[in-house]
Design a protein around this ligand. Structure first.
Ligand SMILES: *Cc1c(COP(=O)(O)O)cnc(C)c1O
Length: 469
């Protein structure tokens, strides 16, 4: 039998064949990267031959050329591109968390297409401080003495613990030693900050007296962490913030709260369960409160610290501040987003809040409209039905809270629902939904009106090819 590896072509032969077959393919990728992709492709083929997973078809190059083309095409799709989110998860970390308000987009164009006053003192023309940009707005909105913004909430937690607690003990309830995802774990971040974790209580129950007996002269702070993406239900208790604040005052300890998502407004009037707002946590006596800019706040990625002025001043002087600070894009978008909170009816101005608070009736009407259009466009290629379902806030805000919604369920006639899902993922832009009971489902909560039109087109495209060629 002939040596099967001998039919594997050289990279140069492969490149010329690609150029001939797909004249535009190599324009958007560097030569060296194309060579790497081709080499990796043939390495896989060699492995498959060796393991008996592939029989060599002839002519090998011609057979494999479309796969190599796809591998190179994938490369040019790897960057950050728009995606249609029909998953119903509003704050979806994989999909970039919050959509920015219109005003923030305008501000971004204005300040980043030319020079801007990032660190300009407008009285002297000399150097100013970027820390001033959002501070007054945050002070007003949170009822705090001072505020500072860093790269993300993980950075905020690190900076606060390092600045205020390095070398000292920090007491945390065992029920709050959480992992948030993307490898943010409270014990590990504490270790990096140089503070010493002192765990108290149990997973489900921790009392004020557990904190009291754990205080030593080396204790610097009591830390509370929002459990974000999970909830302890049933036999459960935790010390309240006012209790801890009183203990902190009595024993001269800082009370620090990692609030995670950080709502600025109360959403209970819209039927959501109560979540502490940043202002309520400040008023209940936390000395420092940290939260994200791109979760329930609905702005850009940022970590916000609000609280006592003497402590915030110390944060600003920490050399780590320089490593964790935000750029002009973040500060511009954050300032513009916060300004929306000073206007009436903020919920309608911030896309994240609008999506979270969308009413079941509004969503049912939106789903019905889209379903009717899809039935007309897709005919017998699939069955389209509506059903009650639930969406999620995501991002660790409102854990385990189901938001009622109407789902559009699509059952293709000629391909499987899973095949439809992967075809939509390969579209430009990709359309993400979710699978329920073997149907591909769209939740319109997270689709804007213009996304609905685009989603129609993508579904037509994905279902127009019955054989899957
Ligand atoms: C999300 C979250 C973080 C991390 O915030 P990022 O802005 O993603 O860095 C930290 N703590 C809690 C409790 C969170 O929910």
């Amino acid at each position: 039998m002939e040596n099967p590896y001998r039919s594997i072509p050289s990279v140069d032969v492969c490149l010329s064949a690609l150029e001939e077959e797909y004249p535009d393919l190599l324009k958007n990728v560097s030569r060296s990267r194309a060579r790497e992709i081709i080499t990796a492709f043939w390495d896989d083929v060699r492995r498959d031959i060796k393991d008996g997973r592939r029989r060599v078809a002839t002519p090998l190059l011609q057979t494999c050329l479309p796969d190599i083309k796809n591998a190179i095409r994938m490369e040019t799709r790897c960057g950050v591109r728009p995606v249609l989110n029909a998953t119903g998860v509003v704050i979806h970390t994989n999909l970039g968390r919050s959509i920015l308000p219109e005003k923030a987009l305008q501000a971004l164009t204005d300040t980043s297409s030319g020079y801007c006053s990032l660190e300009l003192n407008r009285e002297t023309g000399g150097r100013g401080s970027r820390h001033d940009i959002a501070e007054n707005l945050l002070k007003d909105l949170c009822g705090a003495e001072a505020a500072v913004v860093v790269n993300n909430n993980a950075a905020a937690v690190l900076l606060v613990l390092n600045t205020l607690c390095e070398g000292g003990e920090v007491i945390v309830s065992r029920g709050e030693l959480v992992e948030i995802g993307g490898s943010f774990r409270i014990p590990e971040i504490m270790e990096r900050s140089g503070s010493i974790l002192r765990e108290v209580g149990t997973t489900n129950r921790t009392y004020l007296r557990d904190y009291e007996v754990a205080v030593t002269e080396n204790t610097k702070a009591l830390l509370r962490v929002h459990t974000s993406n999970y909830r302890i239900v049933g036999f459960h208790s935790a010390a309240s913030l006012p209790q801890l604040a009183a203990l902190g005052r009595q024993r001269g300890l800082l009370v620090i709260e990692d609030l995670g998502s950080g709502c600025l407004v109360d959403l209970t009037p819209y039927g959501l369960p109560p979540e502490p707002t940043v202002a309520s946590v400040v008023s209940e006596g936390a000395d420092m409160v940290m939260f994200s800019g791109d979760k329930a706040l609905g702005g850009p990625q940022a970590g916000i610290v609000v609280g006592r002025k003497d402590l915030v001043d110390q944060l600003k002087l920490n050399p780590l501040m320089r490593a964790l600070r935000c750029d002009k894009l973040c500060l511009t978008a954050l300032e513009a987003t916060l300004r929306q909170y000073c206007l009436p009816d903020v919920v309608s101005r911030i896309p994240t809040l609008r999506m979270i608070t969308a009413s079941p009736r509004e969503l049912a009407a939106k789903a019905k409209r889209l379903a009717t259009r899809l039935r007309k466009l897709l005919g017998e290629r699939c069955a389209v039905s509506l059903r009650q379902g639930s969406s999620r806030v995501g991002g660790g805000a409102f854990p385990e809270c189901d938001l009622p919604t109407t789902l559009i369920c699509i059952t293709p006639a000629y391909i499987s629902a899973n095949e439809l899902k992967s075809r939509l993922l390969a579209c430009t832009p990709p359309l993400l939904g979710r699978m329920e009971d073997n149907a591909f489902c769209l939740d319109t909560r997270t689709l804007r009106s213009r996304d609905c039109l685009l989603a129609e087109r993508l579904l037509v495209e994905a279902l127009s090819d019955p054989a899957g060629e």
